[in-house]
Design a protein around this ligand. Structure first.
Ligand code: S6P
Ligand code: ZN
Length: 186
């Protein structure tokens, strides 16, 4: 047996930051969500380089058929709208349809938009401390309804994979829009 040691973990989760040598970051600009917003005229008046969200991820095991590992990520969605539709993530099903996921709110305000395979849609409010269980077979997208950054964390199986195709082709069957100053799924 080796001498037992206590180490500093290689990952830190401080407020809304995920820090560590193996953390990767990706950005999504308005141009990455082309055709996902309803109001095409408003979309075209905006700078395609507008930053909508950034994702910090820790993926210790690559999706090589191994099961049992977990990924962790933090997403920051900036405040804003395209027309009356809030800035949001692309949204996806998992490629392995029965893989579930947890989301939890860190700061800011938003709505988790969920859609099952029958295209039934519902929403859950997100705020600091909100915890969301996303079952397998349920597509998930988050919209920022506040006027500051919305941050949330996610934990999902490393073999879940992402299926963006159905959302790219058909979208969700309801959109989160501001109507009379209130977020509504329509
Ligand atoms: C991964 C998890 C999140 C999202 C991220 C961006 O399963 O659900 O890390 O990837 O919030 O959303 P999207 O829909 O652009 O991947
Ligand atoms: Zn997911």
């Amino acid at each position: 047996m080796e001498t037992p040691k206590i180490i500093v973990p290689p990952l830190l989760f401080v407020r809304d930051l995920l820090l560590g040598d193996e953390v990767t970051k990706s950005n999504r600009n308005l141009s990455d969500l082309k055709d996902l917003f309803q109001d095409v005229k408003s979309y075209e008046t905006m700078d395609p380089e507008t930053l909508l969200y950034e994702v910090y991820s820790y993926t210790p095991v690559q999706n090589d058929g191994k099961t049992g590992a977990l990924n962790f990520g933090i997403t920051h969605i900036y405040p804003g709208k395209v027309g009356q539709e809030y800035f949001m993530t692309k949204g996806h099903f998992h490629a392995q349809d029965n893989r579930a996921e947890y989301y939890w709110g860190i700061e800011g305000e938003g709505v988790l938009i969920l859609m099952d395979r029958k295209r039934n849609v519902w929403g859950e409010k997100m705020f600091s401390g909100s915890l969301h269980y996303i079952p397998g077979g349920v597509a998930h997208r988050v919209a920022n309804t506040g006027n500051k950054v919305l941050s949330f964390a996610a934990c999902w199986p490393s073999d879940a994979g992402h299926d963006y195709e159905e959302i790219a082709e058909k979208g969700f069957s309801a959109r989160l829009m501001e109507v009379d100053g209130i977020p509504q799924l329509i």
